[in-house]
Design a protein around this ligand. Structure first.
Ligand code: URA
Length: 210
């Protein structure tokens, strides 16, 4: 099988987004406005993975467009990354909430993560990011089960041939000054990883089949 070109990967990702938008694998499809597959180029070096869409994302159909998203933009800026150069998604693609609609955002439960996880796996297979930034407890548990964010934040790990950088979730940090400072400092680790990767030369993307 030939190596995938950028345009082939872009098409594969667009098709995957279409499939995610019509997903009915868990009950969240009944209460969502729309699924939020993710956003960014199919050949991004960095993939950011959050928890699940909140109310604003559910309405907009785009990840991280609320307060947490604005904070994420300032963090990206601090390491010279434009939002349109990275891929941003969540472990769960439909909004979990409690209470009568519009309800309050909640963290996804294990069954929702299990139902949605293979979409994330497929995104990784297509994009082949050099670095995955796992933002918050849910993303950390997905990539490095059993680890605690308070212990491993800002410390890159190798996982299935790529670098996973655990960070506090920007929403958690937006409420707590101390966490904000920690997240800002941890984000500089991403800058260092990117510069180091550029020096070594980006590893060639693995083959994508299908
Ligand atoms: N929090 C998340 O985890 N994801 C979003 O897309 C927005 C807020």
């Amino acid at each position: 099988m030939a190596r995938q070109t950028r345009s082939t990967r872009t098409h594969a990702l667009a098709k995957l987004h279409t499939d995610i938008r019509s997903c009915t694998r868990c009950p969240l499809h009944r209460t969502r406005t729309q699924a939020v597959p993710g956003a960014g180029p199919a050949d991004a070096r960095v993939m950011f993975v959050g928890e699940a869409p909140g109310r604003r994302e559910d309405i907009a159909g785009e990840p991280f467009v609320g307060v947490a998203g604005r904070f994420l933009d300032t963090l990206l800026d601090s390491v010279g990354l434009a939002r349109d150069r990275v891929y941003i998604t969540n472990v769960v693609k439909s909004r979990p909430f409690v209470g009568p609609p519009p309800g309050r955002n909640r963290a996804p439960v294990a069954g929702e993560v299990a139902a949605c996880g293979s979409w994330l796996d497929e995104q990784i297979t297509i994009i082949q990011p050099e670095i995955i930034v796992a933002m918050g407890r849910v993303a950390l548990e997905y990539f490095l089960p059993g680890e605690r964010i308070s212990r491993v934040h800002g410390r890159p790990r190798q996982h299935e041939g790529r670098t996973v950088l655990p960070l506090f979730h920007p929403a958690a940090a937006s409420h707590r000054q101390a966490l904000r400072d920690t997240l800002r400092a941890d984000f500089q680790v991403l800058g260092t990883l990117l510069r180091a990767g550029r020096k070594e030369g980006r590893p060639r993307p693995k083959k994508v089949t299908g």
